[in-house]
Design a protein. Structure first.
Length: 454
């Protein structure tokens, strides 16, 4: 057991970021309290606080690795609960505009399951941690800001308790894993500190999801289907992922005036108008076992806390509170879990050195920045294929898109490059792995060959 850094930490939010973070800090505080405004289900069920939970979610290999590090029993419990093991990429049909990726076994096994199932499994792991208390129906109202001259410190959280009383929970560390981040921004205002600069990429995407029984004549050559759009000509896409109980999670997407709707006949028609017929042919005769859920997402947002000069001691935003990604790329849960592991390492270093928590936020923001940078860049670039996407375009966007297209062309032909690209997509390697000099030279040669043909 590491020397403790404080008596109590409070985590606001019992979603994936909050649960992972509570475990990450539990070795360094006598007690950790998770505050959750919802009533939490006993098993794998939806809840109001996660309105997107009915849709297909991906736990990337990097996120799975992070959770397995936090909870040694995680993968075993996930399999026991019915999550479906899949091999990357031999169990995948990955349909890109300029050619499908080959179904190669790249040495990675991940699990596919519903969002409620993974949250239930992680919640069960957290409940077995002796010094973590999960309080349901506790709504965090504001962070308590103590000011001493020009310095500010967060000393606790004012809450609405289930008894309808207003109570203060004291803490040496408060982690905002609420997702929306309004409590953190309000605390900065009280402390007379500026809000972080925010980068926004407007995508105006909508998606619709339903559960189907896996049909007897399901394709034998794939377990997971990803059909990417043809921006800007056809913004419709499809994802079919296996879930517990012999079911498929089927999500269709579209942007602007091509968003899917919540009625079955129209859902099928939307699927039929995706640029390939693969998804439509797979589901057209399948039995639906759930309603169609819809969700809309206007913009990806990255609050650049890493660029702030000052920040209140005792406060730490994490997960979607810092950066909310376009959910169609399935990165959010995995990034939040990797951030939790980073926080655990930073606390371990401070514990070993006998240090304080005064500069924890600044250290964390610095370490979290490269974790966020890779998924942000790999999502933003394809988003900008649609000229209607809002936000500041990189000055070298056109060349970057050509570089990416050439890279994927080489990945189709070369298993080693396919592996590097996949490791970056699954957050096992940073985006800098795609800039290794020998690889860059090969990509440039491919770009030149493509330019000569065109």
């Amino acid at each position: 057991m590491s020397p403790v850094l404080g008596r109590q930490a409070v985590v606001v939010g019992a979603g994936m970021a909050g649960l992972a973070t509570a475990r990450a800090v539990s070795d360094f505080f006598e007690r950790v309290v998770i505050l959750e405004k919802d009533v939490l289900p006993e098993g794998a069920a939806t809840r109001p606080g996660t309105p997107q939970c009915r849709h297909a979610h991906a736990l990337l290999a990097g996120g799975q690795k992070a959770l397995a590090g936090l909870f040694p029993e995680f993968e075993r419990e996930l399999a026991r609960a019915g999550a479906v093991p899949v091999r990357v990429a031999s169990d995948f049909l990955f349909q890109r505009l300029n050619g499908d990726m080959p179904a190669r076994d790249l040495g990675l096994q991940i699990f596919s399951m519903s969002r409620p199932l993974i949250e239930a499994v992680v919640r069960g792991c957290v409940r077995r941690c002796r010094n973590i208390e999960l309080r349901e129906r506790w709504r965090a109202k504001e962070f308590v800001v103590d000011r001493n001259g020009g310095n500010a410190r967060i000393s606790g959280v004012q809450c609405d308790a289930p008894s309808h009383s207003c109570e203060k929970i004291e803490a040496e560390l408060v982690v905002d894993a609420s997702g929306h981040g309004s409590l953190t921004l309000a605390a900065l205002a009280v402390a007379d500190q500026p809000a972080p600069q925010e980068v926004a990429i407007g995508v105006d995407i909508g998606y619709a999801t339903t559960l189907l029984e896996v049909p007897p004549d399901a394709p034998a050559d794939w377990k997971c289907l990803f059909t990417l759009p043809d921006y800007p000509h056809n913004t419709r896409g499809a994802f079919i992922l296996p879930a517990e109980g012999g079911q498929w999670m089927v999500t269709t997407s579209g942007r602007y005036d091509e968003k899917p709707v919540g009625e079955w006949t129209a859902f099928l028609e939307h699927t039929k108008r995706i640029r390939t017929s693969t998804a439509f042919e797979a589901i057209r005769n399948a039995k639906r076992v759930g309603e169609i859920a819809q969700f809309g997402f206007k913009a990806s947002r990255w609050r650049r806390f890493d660029q702030t000069a000052t920040f209140p001691a005792g406060l730490l935003p994490i997960g979607d509170t810092i950066c909310r990604f376009n959910p169609i790329y399935g990165q959010g849960m995995s990034v939040a879990c990797q951030e939790a592991v980073t926080l655990q390492r930073l606390l371990s270093d401070k514990s070993a050195e006998g240090g304080s928590l005064e500069d924890l936020a600044c250290s964390f923001f610095k370490e979290a920045q490269p974790i966020i940078e890779t998924p942000w860049s790999t999502a933003v670039m394809p988003d900008f294929l649609d000229p209607r996407t809002e936000g500041a375009r990189p000055p070298d966007l056109a060349n970057t898109l050509r570089f990416s297209a050439a890279m994927f062309k080489l990945a189709v032909e070369d298993a080693a490059i396919h592996k590097i690209v996949t490791d970056v997509q699954h957050l096992l390697k940073p985006a800098s792995a795609l800039r290794e000099p020998t690889l860059v030279e090969r990509v440039k040669s491919e770009m030149a060959a493509r330019a000569a043909v065109n």
